[in-house]
Design a binder for this molecule. Structure first.
Ligand code: NAD
Ligand code: MN
Length: 348
Protein backbone atom coordinates (compact mmCIF):
# COMPACT_ATOMS: atom_id res chain seq x y z
CA UNK A 1 0.00 0.00 0.00
CA UNK A 2 1.44 3.38 -0.96
CA UNK A 3 2.04 5.91 1.77
CA UNK A 4 2.51 9.65 1.13
CA UNK A 5 3.95 12.27 3.43
CA UNK A 6 2.08 15.55 3.17
CA UNK A 7 3.18 18.79 4.85
CA UNK A 8 0.15 20.82 5.84
CA UNK A 9 0.42 24.61 6.09
CA UNK A 10 -3.03 26.07 6.82
CA UNK A 11 -1.61 29.60 7.13
CA UNK A 12 -3.90 32.43 8.18
CA UNK A 13 -7.53 33.52 8.06
CA UNK A 14 -9.83 31.08 6.30
CA UNK A 15 -6.83 28.83 5.56
CA UNK A 16 -7.27 27.54 9.10
CA UNK A 17 -10.88 26.59 8.33
CA UNK A 18 -10.73 25.20 4.81
CA UNK A 19 -7.45 23.26 5.01
CA UNK A 20 -8.72 20.91 7.78
CA UNK A 21 -11.89 20.32 5.72
CA UNK A 22 -9.80 19.52 2.65
CA UNK A 23 -7.73 17.12 4.75
CA UNK A 24 -10.89 15.29 5.85
CA UNK A 25 -11.68 14.69 2.18
CA UNK A 26 -8.13 13.47 1.51
CA UNK A 27 -8.28 11.02 4.43
CA UNK A 28 -11.64 9.69 3.25
CA UNK A 29 -10.59 9.24 -0.37
CA UNK A 30 -7.31 7.58 0.70
CA UNK A 31 -9.24 4.97 2.69
CA UNK A 32 -11.42 4.25 -0.32
CA UNK A 33 -8.51 3.93 -2.74
CA UNK A 34 -6.19 1.94 -0.47
CA UNK A 35 -3.37 4.32 0.19
CA UNK A 36 -2.30 6.11 3.35
CA UNK A 37 -1.47 9.72 4.05
CA UNK A 38 0.90 10.77 6.78
CA UNK A 39 0.52 14.45 7.60
CA UNK A 40 2.45 16.93 9.68
CA UNK A 41 1.01 20.37 10.26
CA UNK A 42 3.06 23.58 10.45
CA UNK A 43 1.68 26.78 11.96
CA UNK A 44 3.62 29.07 9.61
CA UNK A 45 2.38 32.35 8.14
CA UNK A 46 1.53 35.84 9.33
CA UNK A 47 0.30 34.60 12.73
CA UNK A 48 3.63 32.82 13.22
CA UNK A 49 5.40 36.03 12.14
CA UNK A 50 3.69 38.00 14.93
CA UNK A 51 5.17 35.57 17.46
CA UNK A 52 8.54 34.82 15.81
CA UNK A 53 9.32 37.73 13.46
CA UNK A 54 9.50 35.37 10.49
CA UNK A 55 6.96 33.53 8.34
CA UNK A 56 8.66 30.18 8.67
CA UNK A 57 11.59 28.95 10.74
CA UNK A 58 15.12 29.01 9.32
CA UNK A 59 15.01 25.27 8.63
CA UNK A 60 11.49 25.52 7.18
CA UNK A 61 12.41 24.84 3.55
CA UNK A 62 14.72 21.99 4.55
CA UNK A 63 11.86 20.51 6.56
CA UNK A 64 9.47 20.67 3.60
CA UNK A 65 11.93 18.75 1.42
CA UNK A 66 11.11 15.60 3.40
CA UNK A 67 7.55 15.56 2.09
CA UNK A 68 5.91 14.37 -1.11
CA UNK A 69 3.79 17.53 -1.33
CA UNK A 70 2.70 20.62 0.57
CA UNK A 71 -0.99 21.25 1.15
CA UNK A 72 -1.33 24.98 1.73
CA UNK A 73 -4.13 27.45 2.56
CA UNK A 74 -3.10 31.10 2.33
CA UNK A 75 -1.01 33.63 4.26
CA UNK A 76 -1.59 37.25 5.23
CA UNK A 77 -3.28 39.07 8.11
CA UNK A 78 -4.47 42.63 8.59
CA UNK A 79 -1.87 44.40 10.71
CA UNK A 80 1.06 42.51 9.18
CA UNK A 81 3.04 44.29 6.43
CA UNK A 82 1.40 42.86 3.29
CA UNK A 83 4.65 42.91 1.29
CA UNK A 84 5.86 40.03 3.47
CA UNK A 85 3.53 37.03 2.88
CA UNK A 86 4.57 36.55 -0.75
CA UNK A 87 8.22 37.49 -0.28
CA UNK A 88 8.78 35.46 2.87
CA UNK A 89 6.54 32.49 2.25
CA UNK A 90 4.75 31.93 -1.07
CA UNK A 91 7.44 33.10 -3.51
CA UNK A 92 10.14 31.66 -1.29
CA UNK A 93 8.67 28.17 -1.56
CA UNK A 94 7.80 28.53 -5.25
CA UNK A 95 11.28 29.67 -6.29
CA UNK A 96 13.31 27.51 -3.89
CA UNK A 97 11.49 24.39 -5.07
CA UNK A 98 11.51 25.28 -8.79
CA UNK A 99 7.72 25.29 -8.86
CA UNK A 100 7.81 27.18 -12.12
CA UNK A 101 4.34 26.11 -13.23
CA UNK A 102 1.29 27.52 -11.56
CA UNK A 103 -1.48 25.22 -12.80
CA UNK A 104 -4.85 26.94 -12.39
CA UNK A 105 -7.84 25.29 -14.04
CA UNK A 106 -11.11 27.10 -14.73
CA UNK A 107 -14.37 25.27 -15.47
CA UNK A 108 -18.10 25.40 -15.08
CA UNK A 109 -19.33 23.71 -11.88
CA UNK A 110 -22.63 21.86 -12.30
CA UNK A 111 -25.46 23.60 -10.47
CA UNK A 112 -23.42 26.74 -9.74
CA UNK A 113 -24.86 29.89 -11.22
CA UNK A 114 -22.03 31.74 -12.97
CA UNK A 115 -22.11 35.49 -13.55
CA UNK A 116 -21.88 35.25 -17.35
CA UNK A 117 -24.72 35.51 -19.84
CA UNK A 118 -23.31 32.71 -21.96
CA UNK A 119 -24.35 29.23 -20.82
CA UNK A 120 -21.52 27.61 -22.79
CA UNK A 121 -19.37 25.06 -21.01
CA UNK A 122 -16.08 26.53 -19.75
CA UNK A 123 -13.05 24.27 -19.39
CA UNK A 124 -9.55 25.68 -19.65
CA UNK A 125 -6.29 25.81 -17.71
CA UNK A 126 -4.23 28.87 -16.93
CA UNK A 127 -0.54 28.00 -16.89
CA UNK A 128 1.05 30.88 -15.06
CA UNK A 129 4.83 31.25 -15.09
CA UNK A 130 5.55 31.08 -11.38
CA UNK A 131 9.15 32.01 -10.59
CA UNK A 132 10.17 35.04 -12.62
CA UNK A 133 8.71 37.83 -14.77
CA UNK A 134 7.21 40.79 -12.97
CA UNK A 135 7.49 39.19 -9.51
CA UNK A 136 11.27 38.71 -9.22
CA UNK A 137 11.38 41.51 -6.63
CA UNK A 138 14.43 43.17 -8.11
CA UNK A 139 14.32 46.90 -7.64
CA UNK A 140 14.14 49.45 -4.90
CA UNK A 141 12.67 52.64 -3.53
CA UNK A 142 14.99 55.57 -4.03
CA UNK A 143 14.83 58.77 -1.97
CA UNK A 144 11.25 57.83 -1.07
CA UNK A 145 10.67 60.84 1.18
CA UNK A 146 11.98 63.42 -1.28
CA UNK A 147 10.14 65.07 -4.13
CA UNK A 148 12.41 63.08 -6.48
CA UNK A 149 11.42 59.80 -4.89
CA UNK A 150 10.81 56.75 -7.02
CA UNK A 151 9.90 53.09 -6.85
CA UNK A 152 11.24 50.56 -9.33
CA UNK A 153 10.47 46.89 -9.94
CA UNK A 154 12.29 45.16 -12.77
CA UNK A 155 10.73 42.29 -14.73
CA UNK A 156 13.08 39.50 -15.72
CA UNK A 157 12.23 36.95 -18.39
CA UNK A 158 14.94 34.40 -19.14
CA UNK A 159 15.12 32.01 -22.08
CA UNK A 160 15.38 29.09 -19.67
CA UNK A 161 12.41 30.30 -17.63
CA UNK A 162 10.21 30.85 -20.68
CA UNK A 163 11.18 27.62 -22.42
CA UNK A 164 10.48 25.34 -19.49
CA UNK A 165 7.01 26.69 -18.76
CA UNK A 166 6.18 26.80 -22.49
CA UNK A 167 7.14 23.13 -22.94
CA UNK A 168 4.94 22.24 -19.98
CA UNK A 169 2.00 24.18 -21.44
CA UNK A 170 2.32 22.72 -24.96
CA UNK A 171 2.56 19.20 -23.54
CA UNK A 172 -0.50 19.88 -21.42
CA UNK A 173 -2.39 21.11 -24.50
CA UNK A 174 -1.56 17.79 -26.19
CA UNK A 175 -3.50 15.97 -23.46
CA UNK A 176 -6.48 18.32 -23.90
CA UNK A 177 -8.09 20.03 -26.92
CA UNK A 178 -4.68 20.88 -28.45
CA UNK A 179 -5.04 24.61 -28.37
CA UNK A 180 -2.70 27.06 -26.66
CA UNK A 181 -3.21 30.79 -26.31
CA UNK A 182 -0.24 32.73 -25.05
CA UNK A 183 -1.00 36.01 -23.36
CA UNK A 184 1.33 38.94 -23.84
CA UNK A 185 1.60 42.71 -24.01
CA UNK A 186 4.55 42.93 -26.35
CA UNK A 187 3.04 45.86 -28.19
CA UNK A 188 4.06 48.04 -25.23
CA UNK A 189 6.48 45.94 -23.15
CA UNK A 190 8.73 45.83 -26.16
CA UNK A 191 11.70 44.13 -24.53
CA UNK A 192 10.58 41.69 -21.87
CA UNK A 193 7.38 40.49 -23.50
CA UNK A 194 8.63 40.69 -27.06
CA UNK A 195 11.30 38.23 -25.91
CA UNK A 196 8.61 36.15 -24.19
CA UNK A 197 6.73 35.96 -27.52
CA UNK A 198 9.84 35.08 -29.46
CA UNK A 199 10.86 32.19 -27.23
CA UNK A 200 7.30 30.82 -27.05
CA UNK A 201 7.07 30.88 -30.85
CA UNK A 202 10.33 28.95 -31.07
CA UNK A 203 9.01 26.34 -28.65
CA UNK A 204 5.71 26.18 -30.57
CA UNK A 205 7.56 24.91 -33.63
CA UNK A 206 8.22 21.69 -31.76
CA UNK A 207 4.47 21.18 -31.31
CA UNK A 208 2.99 21.49 -34.81
CA UNK A 209 -0.02 19.43 -33.70
CA UNK A 210 -1.04 22.13 -31.18
CA UNK A 211 -2.92 25.15 -32.49
CA UNK A 212 -1.14 28.21 -31.14
CA UNK A 213 -2.20 31.83 -31.05
CA UNK A 214 -1.28 34.94 -29.11
CA UNK A 215 -3.55 37.46 -27.41
CA UNK A 216 -2.90 40.72 -25.59
CA UNK A 217 -3.67 40.79 -21.87
CA UNK A 218 -6.17 43.63 -22.20
CA UNK A 219 -8.18 41.82 -24.86
CA UNK A 220 -7.89 38.53 -23.00
CA UNK A 221 -9.62 39.95 -19.89
CA UNK A 222 -12.55 40.85 -22.14
CA UNK A 223 -12.52 37.41 -23.80
CA UNK A 224 -12.54 35.65 -20.40
CA UNK A 225 -15.93 37.28 -19.86
CA UNK A 226 -17.35 37.38 -23.39
CA UNK A 227 -16.07 34.11 -24.91
CA UNK A 228 -14.39 31.95 -22.24
CA UNK A 229 -15.25 28.81 -24.22
CA UNK A 230 -12.53 29.64 -26.79
CA UNK A 231 -9.71 28.89 -24.33
CA UNK A 232 -8.04 25.53 -23.72
CA UNK A 233 -4.53 26.17 -22.34
CA UNK A 234 -3.71 29.77 -21.48
CA UNK A 235 0.03 30.40 -21.06
CA UNK A 236 0.81 33.63 -19.29
CA UNK A 237 3.25 35.54 -17.11
CA UNK A 238 3.43 35.67 -13.34
CA UNK A 239 1.57 38.99 -12.91
CA UNK A 240 -0.95 38.48 -15.72
CA UNK A 241 -1.59 34.93 -14.49
CA UNK A 242 -2.20 36.17 -10.97
CA UNK A 243 -4.83 38.61 -12.18
CA UNK A 244 -6.38 36.30 -14.79
CA UNK A 245 -6.79 33.51 -12.27
CA UNK A 246 -8.94 35.67 -9.99
CA UNK A 247 -10.96 36.56 -13.08
CA UNK A 248 -11.16 32.83 -13.82
CA UNK A 249 -12.50 32.30 -10.29
CA UNK A 250 -15.08 35.00 -10.80
CA UNK A 251 -16.13 33.48 -14.12
CA UNK A 252 -16.72 30.15 -12.32
CA UNK A 253 -18.90 31.95 -9.78
CA UNK A 254 -16.61 32.69 -6.82
CA UNK A 255 -12.93 33.04 -5.93
CA UNK A 256 -13.57 30.22 -3.48
CA UNK A 257 -14.03 27.73 -6.34
CA UNK A 258 -10.51 27.85 -7.76
CA UNK A 259 -7.94 25.16 -7.00
CA UNK A 260 -4.31 25.22 -8.06
CA UNK A 261 -0.92 23.58 -7.98
CA UNK A 262 2.51 25.18 -7.79
CA UNK A 263 4.23 22.45 -9.72
CA UNK A 264 7.83 21.34 -10.04
CA UNK A 265 7.29 19.10 -13.08
CA UNK A 266 10.64 17.32 -12.69
CA UNK A 267 9.68 16.31 -9.12
CA UNK A 268 13.12 17.28 -7.77
CA UNK A 269 11.26 19.04 -4.95
CA UNK A 270 7.78 18.83 -3.43
CA UNK A 271 5.04 20.78 -5.20
CA UNK A 272 2.58 22.95 -3.28
CA UNK A 273 -1.20 22.94 -3.65
CA UNK A 274 -3.44 25.82 -2.60
CA UNK A 275 -6.66 27.58 -3.60
CA UNK A 276 -6.25 30.58 -5.91
CA UNK A 277 -7.49 33.08 -3.32
CA UNK A 278 -5.98 34.63 -0.21
CA UNK A 279 -6.71 34.39 3.50
CA UNK A 280 -10.01 36.34 3.23
CA UNK A 281 -9.78 37.98 6.68
CA UNK A 282 -13.15 39.66 6.07
CA UNK A 283 -14.98 36.32 6.45
CA UNK A 284 -12.52 34.38 8.64
CA UNK A 285 -13.63 32.61 11.82
CA UNK A 286 -17.27 32.13 10.79
CA UNK A 287 -17.17 28.68 9.12
CA UNK A 288 -18.71 30.22 5.98
CA UNK A 289 -15.71 30.14 3.61
CA UNK A 290 -16.17 28.18 0.40
CA UNK A 291 -13.90 25.10 0.60
CA UNK A 292 -14.40 23.80 -2.97
CA UNK A 293 -11.17 25.37 -4.28
CA UNK A 294 -9.20 23.91 -1.37
CA UNK A 295 -10.77 20.49 -2.02
CA UNK A 296 -10.07 20.78 -5.75
CA UNK A 297 -6.43 21.58 -4.84
CA UNK A 298 -6.37 18.26 -2.96
CA UNK A 299 -7.45 16.49 -6.15
CA UNK A 300 -4.72 18.26 -8.15
CA UNK A 301 -2.22 17.19 -5.47
CA UNK A 302 -3.30 13.54 -5.51
CA UNK A 303 -3.12 13.49 -9.29
CA UNK A 304 0.40 14.93 -9.12
CA UNK A 305 1.64 12.29 -6.67
CA UNK A 306 0.17 9.53 -8.79
CA UNK A 307 -3.24 8.81 -7.23
CA UNK A 308 -5.20 9.79 -10.31
CA UNK A 309 -8.25 7.61 -9.59
CA UNK A 310 -8.61 9.17 -6.16
CA UNK A 311 -8.27 12.62 -7.74
CA UNK A 312 -11.01 11.83 -10.26
CA UNK A 313 -13.14 10.46 -7.46
CA UNK A 314 -12.89 13.80 -5.61
CA UNK A 315 -13.85 15.72 -8.75
CA UNK A 316 -16.89 13.50 -9.34
CA UNK A 317 -17.92 13.95 -5.72
CA UNK A 318 -17.53 17.73 -6.02
CA UNK A 319 -19.77 17.75 -9.10
CA UNK A 320 -22.40 15.68 -7.38
CA UNK A 321 -22.32 17.94 -4.33
CA UNK A 322 -22.67 21.23 -6.20
CA UNK A 323 -25.42 19.69 -8.33
CA UNK A 324 -27.29 18.83 -5.10
CA UNK A 325 -27.16 22.54 -4.26
CA UNK A 326 -24.78 22.23 -1.31
CA UNK A 327 -23.36 25.74 -1.70
CA UNK A 328 -21.83 28.33 0.60
CA UNK A 329 -23.15 31.90 0.95
CA UNK A 330 -20.80 33.35 -1.69
CA UNK A 331 -22.71 31.14 -4.18
CA UNK A 332 -26.12 32.07 -2.80
CA UNK A 333 -26.43 28.90 -0.71
CA UNK A 334 -26.67 28.36 3.03
CA UNK A 335 -24.28 25.45 3.67
CA UNK A 336 -21.34 26.17 5.92
CA UNK A 337 -17.73 25.16 5.29
CA UNK A 338 -17.83 21.84 7.14
CA UNK A 339 -21.21 20.86 5.68
CA UNK A 340 -19.79 21.18 2.17
CA UNK A 341 -16.80 18.96 2.98
CA UNK A 342 -19.03 16.40 4.73
CA UNK A 343 -21.32 16.27 1.70
CA UNK A 344 -18.33 15.79 -0.63
CA UNK A 345 -17.15 12.89 1.55
CA UNK A 346 -20.61 11.30 1.46
CA UNK A 347 -20.57 11.59 -2.33
CA UNK A 348 -17.15 9.97 -2.79
P1 NAD B 1 -8.71 37.24 -0.88
O1 NAD B 1 -8.62 36.28 -2.01
O2 NAD B 1 -8.27 36.76 0.45
O3 NAD B 1 -10.22 37.76 -0.75
C1 NAD B 1 -10.86 38.50 -1.79
C2 NAD B 1 -12.38 38.43 -1.60
O4 NAD B 1 -12.83 37.10 -1.96
C3 NAD B 1 -12.81 38.66 -0.16
O5 NAD B 1 -14.02 39.37 -0.14
C4 NAD B 1 -13.02 37.25 0.36
O6 NAD B 1 -13.98 37.16 1.40
C5 NAD B 1 -13.49 36.50 -0.87
N1 NAD B 1 -13.07 35.08 -0.81
C6 NAD B 1 -11.80 34.61 -0.99
N2 NAD B 1 -11.78 33.29 -0.79
C7 NAD B 1 -13.04 32.92 -0.48
C8 NAD B 1 -13.64 31.66 -0.15
N3 NAD B 1 -12.93 30.51 -0.12
N4 NAD B 1 -14.97 31.64 0.13
C9 NAD B 1 -15.69 32.76 0.07
N5 NAD B 1 -15.18 33.98 -0.22
C10 NAD B 1 -13.87 34.05 -0.50
O7 NAD B 1 -7.85 38.51 -1.34
P2 NAD B 1 -7.47 39.88 -0.57
O8 NAD B 1 -8.62 40.31 0.28
O9 NAD B 1 -6.97 40.75 -1.61
O10 NAD B 1 -6.24 39.48 0.37
C11 NAD B 1 -6.37 39.08 1.74
C12 NAD B 1 -5.03 38.61 2.26
O11 NAD B 1 -4.63 37.41 1.59
C13 NAD B 1 -3.89 39.62 2.01
O12 NAD B 1 -3.05 39.61 3.14
C14 NAD B 1 -3.16 39.06 0.81
O13 NAD B 1 -1.81 39.44 0.75
C15 NAD B 1 -3.30 37.58 1.07
N6 NAD B 1 -3.16 36.72 -0.12
C16 NAD B 1 -2.47 35.57 0.04
C17 NAD B 1 -2.37 34.67 -1.01
C18 NAD B 1 -1.59 33.40 -0.81
O14 NAD B 1 -1.27 33.07 0.31
N7 NAD B 1 -1.30 32.65 -1.84
C19 NAD B 1 -2.99 34.96 -2.23
C20 NAD B 1 -3.72 36.14 -2.35
C21 NAD B 1 -3.81 37.03 -1.29
MN1 MN C 1 -3.44 36.06 -6.50
Amino acid sequence: MSNYKIAVVPGDGIGQEIVPEGLKVIEAVAKKHNFTIETESFDWGAGYYLRNEKFLPDNGLETLKNFDAVYFGAVGLPGVDDTLPAKDYTFKVRTSFNQYVNYRPVRSYPGVPGPLRSEKEIDFVIVRENTEGEFVQVGGQYLPDSENGMGVDTSIFTRKGIERVAHYAFKLARTRRKKLTHITKSNTLINSLAYWDRVIKEVAEEYPDVEHDQMYIDNSTAMFVLKPEIFDVVLTTNLFGDILSDLGGAVMGSLGLGGSGNINPEKEFPSMFEPIHGSAPDIAGQNIANPYGQIWSAAIMLDHIGETEAANNIMQAIDKTTKQGVLTVDLGGNANTSEVADAVITNL
